[in-house]
Ligand binder design. Structure first.
Ligand SMILES: [Zn+2]
Length: 167
């Protein structure tokens, strides 16, 4: 938080590199699930902005939640946009879980670099060793350029070897 969509840059790079082993829709859904707790804190004005959701323990639980809820949401979305039949080509569970875990752990890491109140290794330590690993502007550039390069690689490879994979 507060820029959930920024996380989609690295997501595009994962998609370009992992292809059909990775679901961009599950990854994106995981980013939304991860930022529900900070959103509630921002609206209500109460609580720890990046609390339990932005720890690796919390991210493990939220990845499972995002995987279990996201599989059918993503399949429904694909079916609604007529990109994939609803039943015949489901997203494999291992792809769903892999994408959700990559989504939630990378989310904690990126937010920990940016926000001082993230405690990634709670309850072992409240320290945030990732804070300002790189500057905030460099972090935003990494997210932006990984998205642009990832999208470029993905479309270039699809152009050479056509494969419709919108998962
Ligand atoms: Zn966040």
């Amino acid at each position: 938080m507060p820029f959930t969509p920024v996380h989609m840059g690295p997501g595009l790079m994962f998609k370009a590199l992992m292809r059909s082993s990775f679901s961009l829709m599950i990854f994106g859904w995981t980013q939304i699930v991860m930022d529900i707790q900070p959103l509630i804190v921002m609206i209500s004005g109460e609580g720890h902005l990046h609390g339990f959701s932005h720890t690796f323990v919390g991210a493990t639980l939220l990845a499972i939640v995002a995987a279990l809820t996201g599989k059918y949401l993503a399949q429904l979305g694909l079916w609604m946009f007529r990109m994939r039949p609803l039943i015949t080509v489901p997203i494999a569970w291992w792809v769903v879980f892999l994408s959700a875990f990559i989504g939630s752990y990378s989310h904690v890491l990126l937010d920990a670099v940016m926000h001082g109140d993230v405690q990634p290794f709670f309850p072992i330590t409240l320290d945030n060793p990732f804070l300002r690993w790189i500057s905030v502007s460099a972090l935003h550039k990494v997210c932006l350029y990984s998205g642009l390069v990832g999208a470029g690689i993905y479309y270039a490879m699809n152009w050479k070897k056509p494969e419709t994979d919108w998962r």
